[in-house]
Design a protein around this ligand. Structure first.
Ligand code: F6R
Length: 261
Protein backbone atom coordinates (compact mmCIF):
# COMPACT_ATOMS: atom_id res chain seq x y z
CA UNK A 1 0.00 0.00 0.00
CA UNK A 2 1.18 3.49 -0.77
CA UNK A 3 0.01 5.69 2.11
CA UNK A 4 0.03 9.41 1.33
CA UNK A 5 -0.73 11.79 4.19
CA UNK A 6 -1.49 15.29 2.95
CA UNK A 7 -1.64 18.29 5.29
CA UNK A 8 -5.35 18.99 4.68
CA UNK A 9 -8.41 17.80 2.78
CA UNK A 10 -7.96 20.25 -0.11
CA UNK A 11 -4.45 18.94 -0.80
CA UNK A 12 -5.61 15.33 -0.49
CA UNK A 13 -8.30 16.07 -3.07
CA UNK A 14 -5.66 17.70 -5.30
CA UNK A 15 -3.48 14.59 -5.08
CA UNK A 16 -6.33 12.29 -6.12
CA UNK A 17 -7.37 14.61 -8.92
CA UNK A 18 -3.79 14.51 -10.19
CA UNK A 19 -3.86 10.68 -10.34
CA UNK A 20 -6.92 10.86 -12.60
CA UNK A 21 -5.53 13.67 -14.76
CA UNK A 22 -2.19 11.88 -15.22
CA UNK A 23 -3.86 8.61 -16.21
CA UNK A 24 -6.17 10.29 -18.73
CA UNK A 25 -3.23 12.26 -20.19
CA UNK A 26 -1.45 8.95 -20.74
CA UNK A 27 -4.49 7.02 -21.83
CA UNK A 28 -7.34 9.24 -23.08
CA UNK A 29 -9.69 6.23 -23.39
CA UNK A 30 -9.04 4.97 -19.83
CA UNK A 31 -11.67 2.98 -17.98
CA UNK A 32 -12.38 4.71 -14.68
CA UNK A 33 -14.24 3.32 -11.68
CA UNK A 34 -16.00 6.13 -9.82
CA UNK A 35 -17.48 6.67 -6.36
CA UNK A 36 -20.07 9.08 -4.96
CA UNK A 37 -20.58 10.56 -1.48
CA UNK A 38 -19.46 13.78 0.16
CA UNK A 39 -15.72 13.04 -0.05
CA UNK A 40 -15.81 12.86 -3.86
CA UNK A 41 -17.69 16.12 -4.44
CA UNK A 42 -14.54 18.31 -4.38
CA UNK A 43 -12.72 15.80 -6.63
CA UNK A 44 -15.39 16.18 -9.31
CA UNK A 45 -15.49 19.94 -8.80
CA UNK A 46 -11.72 20.06 -9.38
CA UNK A 47 -11.99 17.93 -12.54
CA UNK A 48 -14.76 20.18 -13.83
CA UNK A 49 -12.74 23.32 -13.05
CA UNK A 50 -9.67 21.91 -14.80
CA UNK A 51 -9.08 21.27 -18.48
CA UNK A 52 -8.80 17.46 -18.43
CA UNK A 53 -10.60 15.98 -21.44
CA UNK A 54 -12.88 13.15 -20.30
CA UNK A 55 -14.73 12.79 -23.60
CA UNK A 56 -13.13 9.41 -24.43
CA UNK A 57 -13.07 7.75 -21.00
CA UNK A 58 -15.49 5.00 -20.05
CA UNK A 59 -16.75 5.07 -16.46
CA UNK A 60 -18.30 2.53 -14.12
CA UNK A 61 -19.67 3.69 -10.78
CA UNK A 62 -19.40 1.52 -7.72
CA UNK A 63 -23.02 1.45 -6.73
CA UNK A 64 -26.63 2.58 -7.02
CA UNK A 65 -29.60 2.50 -4.67
CA UNK A 66 -32.19 -0.18 -5.45
CA UNK A 67 -35.55 1.44 -6.18
CA UNK A 68 -34.24 4.78 -7.44
CA UNK A 69 -34.47 5.39 -11.18
CA UNK A 70 -31.93 7.60 -12.98
CA UNK A 71 -34.20 10.66 -12.73
CA UNK A 72 -34.56 10.43 -8.96
CA UNK A 73 -32.59 13.39 -7.54
CA UNK A 74 -30.92 11.20 -4.89
CA UNK A 75 -29.90 8.47 -7.31
CA UNK A 76 -26.20 8.14 -7.88
CA UNK A 77 -26.86 8.52 -11.62
CA UNK A 78 -28.29 11.98 -10.91
CA UNK A 79 -25.34 12.78 -8.61
CA UNK A 80 -22.85 11.88 -11.36
CA UNK A 81 -24.80 13.61 -14.14
CA UNK A 82 -24.92 16.84 -12.13
CA UNK A 83 -21.40 16.86 -10.75
CA UNK A 84 -19.28 15.38 -13.54
CA UNK A 85 -20.88 13.82 -16.62
CA UNK A 86 -23.00 16.86 -17.57
CA UNK A 87 -20.44 19.60 -16.87
CA UNK A 88 -17.72 17.64 -18.70
CA UNK A 89 -20.00 16.77 -21.67
CA UNK A 90 -19.27 13.09 -21.33
CA UNK A 91 -21.18 10.89 -23.80
CA UNK A 92 -23.94 9.11 -21.83
CA UNK A 93 -23.21 5.79 -23.55
CA UNK A 94 -19.73 5.78 -21.99
CA UNK A 95 -20.95 6.33 -18.42
CA UNK A 96 -22.24 3.31 -16.56
CA UNK A 97 -24.09 2.78 -13.29
CA UNK A 98 -26.28 -0.13 -12.29
CA UNK A 99 -29.98 0.57 -12.94
CA UNK A 100 -31.54 1.00 -9.50
CA UNK A 101 -35.01 0.64 -11.02
CA UNK A 102 -34.34 -2.67 -12.80
CA UNK A 103 -37.19 -5.19 -12.49
CA UNK A 104 -34.71 -7.86 -11.43
CA UNK A 105 -31.91 -6.24 -9.38
CA UNK A 106 -29.95 -9.51 -9.10
CA UNK A 107 -29.92 -9.92 -12.90
CA UNK A 108 -28.96 -6.26 -13.26
CA UNK A 109 -26.03 -6.81 -10.89
CA UNK A 110 -24.83 -9.79 -12.95
CA UNK A 111 -25.16 -7.76 -16.18
CA UNK A 112 -23.15 -4.92 -14.63
CA UNK A 113 -20.41 -7.27 -13.43
CA UNK A 114 -20.08 -8.72 -16.94
CA UNK A 115 -19.85 -5.22 -18.48
CA UNK A 116 -17.02 -4.31 -16.09
CA UNK A 117 -15.16 -7.55 -16.83
CA UNK A 118 -15.17 -6.88 -20.59
CA UNK A 119 -12.24 -4.46 -20.33
CA UNK A 120 -11.63 -4.17 -16.60
CA UNK A 121 -10.93 -0.92 -14.80
CA UNK A 122 -7.69 1.05 -15.03
CA UNK A 123 -8.22 3.22 -11.98
CA UNK A 124 -10.88 2.64 -9.34
CA UNK A 125 -11.66 5.61 -7.13
CA UNK A 126 -12.90 4.70 -3.64
CA UNK A 127 -14.26 6.51 -0.62
CA UNK A 128 -14.34 4.89 2.80
CA UNK A 129 -17.32 4.38 5.07
CA UNK A 130 -16.82 5.19 8.76
CA UNK A 131 -17.64 1.50 9.26
CA UNK A 132 -14.88 0.42 6.86
CA UNK A 133 -17.08 -0.22 3.81
CA UNK A 134 -15.90 0.29 0.24
CA UNK A 135 -18.63 0.66 -2.35
CA UNK A 136 -21.60 -0.61 -0.38
CA UNK A 137 -19.75 -3.71 0.79
CA UNK A 138 -20.80 -3.46 4.40
CA UNK A 139 -18.93 -5.14 7.29
CA UNK A 140 -19.24 -8.95 7.00
CA UNK A 141 -19.40 -8.82 3.17
CA UNK A 142 -17.59 -11.71 1.54
CA UNK A 143 -14.09 -10.68 0.55
CA UNK A 144 -14.65 -12.76 -2.61
CA UNK A 145 -17.93 -11.08 -3.57
CA UNK A 146 -18.90 -9.90 -7.05
CA UNK A 147 -21.43 -7.23 -7.98
CA UNK A 148 -24.68 -7.97 -6.19
CA UNK A 149 -27.50 -6.57 -4.09
CA UNK A 150 -26.49 -5.66 -0.52
CA UNK A 151 -28.61 -4.65 2.45
CA UNK A 152 -27.33 -1.34 3.85
CA UNK A 153 -26.48 -1.10 7.54
CA UNK A 154 -28.40 1.36 9.70
CA UNK A 155 -25.16 3.33 10.22
CA UNK A 156 -24.75 3.79 6.44
CA UNK A 157 -28.42 4.76 6.05
CA UNK A 158 -28.05 7.27 8.89
CA UNK A 159 -24.82 8.67 7.41
CA UNK A 160 -26.46 9.11 4.00
CA UNK A 161 -29.74 10.57 5.33
CA UNK A 162 -28.14 14.02 4.91
CA UNK A 163 -28.53 13.70 1.14
CA UNK A 164 -32.29 12.99 1.42
CA UNK A 165 -35.10 15.41 2.24
CA UNK A 166 -36.99 15.38 5.55
CA UNK A 167 -39.38 12.41 5.67
CA UNK A 168 -37.65 10.77 2.67
CA UNK A 169 -36.48 7.24 3.39
CA UNK A 170 -32.91 6.22 2.54
CA UNK A 171 -33.22 3.03 0.48
CA UNK A 172 -32.53 -0.25 2.29
CA UNK A 173 -30.73 -1.97 -0.59
CA UNK A 174 -28.08 -1.11 -3.13
CA UNK A 175 -26.43 -2.80 -6.09
CA UNK A 176 -22.70 -2.60 -5.46
CA UNK A 177 -19.54 -3.81 -7.13
CA UNK A 178 -18.26 -6.67 -5.01
CA UNK A 179 -14.99 -6.73 -3.15
CA UNK A 180 -13.43 -9.13 -5.67
CA UNK A 181 -14.69 -6.85 -8.46
CA UNK A 182 -12.90 -3.89 -6.88
CA UNK A 183 -9.75 -5.96 -6.33
CA UNK A 184 -9.58 -6.68 -10.09
CA UNK A 185 -8.99 -2.99 -10.86
CA UNK A 186 -5.46 -2.35 -12.06
CA UNK A 187 -5.00 0.56 -9.64
CA UNK A 188 -7.19 1.55 -6.70
CA UNK A 189 -7.06 5.06 -5.26
CA UNK A 190 -8.90 5.56 -1.97
CA UNK A 191 -9.55 9.02 -0.56
CA UNK A 192 -10.54 9.55 3.10
CA UNK A 193 -10.64 12.91 4.82
CA UNK A 194 -11.70 14.16 8.25
CA UNK A 195 -11.51 12.88 11.81
CA UNK A 196 -14.70 10.79 11.43
CA UNK A 197 -12.73 8.41 9.17
CA UNK A 198 -9.66 8.05 11.44
CA UNK A 199 -10.69 4.74 13.04
CA UNK A 200 -11.65 3.18 9.71
CA UNK A 201 -8.40 4.37 8.10
CA UNK A 202 -6.33 2.77 10.88
CA UNK A 203 -8.29 -0.49 10.63
CA UNK A 204 -7.92 -0.55 6.83
CA UNK A 205 -4.16 0.06 6.78
CA UNK A 206 -2.91 -1.49 10.00
CA UNK A 207 -5.62 -3.85 11.21
CA UNK A 208 -6.08 -7.50 10.30
CA UNK A 209 -7.54 -8.37 6.90
CA UNK A 210 -11.10 -9.09 7.86
CA UNK A 211 -14.61 -8.91 6.45
CA UNK A 212 -15.48 -6.76 9.48
CA UNK A 213 -13.45 -3.99 7.82
CA UNK A 214 -13.96 -4.66 4.08
CA UNK A 215 -11.42 -1.97 3.11
CA UNK A 216 -8.67 -3.98 4.87
CA UNK A 217 -8.60 -6.28 1.80
CA UNK A 218 -6.80 -3.46 -0.03
CA UNK A 219 -3.67 -4.57 1.89
CA UNK A 220 -3.63 -7.45 -0.64
CA UNK A 221 -3.94 -5.23 -3.73
CA UNK A 222 -0.74 -4.98 -5.80
CA UNK A 223 -1.31 -1.28 -6.49
CA UNK A 224 -3.34 0.55 -3.86
CA UNK A 225 -2.81 4.26 -3.22
CA UNK A 226 -4.40 5.54 -0.02
CA UNK A 227 -4.70 9.32 0.17
CA UNK A 228 -5.67 10.82 3.53
CA UNK A 229 -5.46 14.16 5.28
CA UNK A 230 -3.86 14.63 8.71
CA UNK A 231 -7.21 14.32 10.49
CA UNK A 232 -8.01 10.96 8.90
CA UNK A 233 -4.44 9.76 9.55
CA UNK A 234 -4.60 10.60 13.27
CA UNK A 235 -4.94 7.01 14.53
CA UNK A 236 -2.21 5.43 12.40
CA UNK A 237 0.50 3.83 14.53
CA UNK A 238 3.13 4.01 11.76
CA UNK A 239 2.24 7.54 10.73
CA UNK A 240 5.84 8.77 11.06
CA UNK A 241 7.05 5.96 8.81
CA UNK A 242 4.52 6.79 6.06
CA UNK A 243 5.62 10.44 6.33
CA UNK A 244 9.26 9.40 6.05
CA UNK A 245 8.57 7.45 2.86
CA UNK A 246 6.29 10.08 1.32
CA UNK A 247 6.91 13.39 3.12
CA UNK A 248 3.68 15.42 2.98
CA UNK A 249 2.36 12.91 0.44
CA UNK A 250 5.19 13.61 -2.04
CA UNK A 251 6.97 10.97 -4.09
CA UNK A 252 10.28 9.84 -2.55
CA UNK A 253 13.48 11.19 -4.11
CA UNK A 254 15.14 8.77 -6.56
CA UNK A 255 17.20 6.12 -4.76
CA UNK A 256 20.96 6.68 -4.94
CA UNK A 257 23.48 3.87 -5.21
CA UNK A 258 23.97 2.38 -1.77
CA UNK A 259 27.16 0.46 -2.61
CA UNK A 260 30.25 2.03 -4.16
CA UNK A 261 31.23 0.48 -7.51
C1 F6R B 1 -20.42 5.69 -2.69
C2 F6R B 1 -19.58 4.72 -2.02
C3 F6R B 1 -19.35 4.76 -0.55
C4 F6R B 1 -18.78 6.09 -0.07
C5 F6R B 1 -18.57 6.07 1.44
C6 F6R B 1 -18.06 7.38 1.97
O1 F6R B 1 -20.44 5.46 -4.08
O2 F6R B 1 -19.09 3.88 -2.67
O3 F6R B 1 -18.47 3.72 -0.20
O4 F6R B 1 -17.56 6.34 -0.70
O5 F6R B 1 -19.78 5.76 2.08
O6 F6R B 1 -19.04 8.36 1.82
P1 F6R B 1 -18.77 9.87 2.21
O7 F6R B 1 -17.72 10.35 1.29
O8 F6R B 1 -20.09 10.56 2.00
O9 F6R B 1 -18.33 9.88 3.63
Amino acid sequence: MKVLILPDAAQAVGRVTREIRDLVAQRPDARLGLATGGTMEPVYAALVAGDVDLSRVTTFNLDEYVGLGPDHPQSYRAYMNTRLFGPKNMPAAQTHLPRGDADDPAAEAARYEAAICEGGIDLQLLGLGANGHIGFNEPSSSLGSLTRVKTLTNSTRDANARFFGPGEDVPRYAITMGIATIMQARHVVLLATGAAKADAVAAMIEGPITAICPASILQMHPRATIVVDEAAAARLTLRDYYQTVHPGGAEPPPMGRSVRP
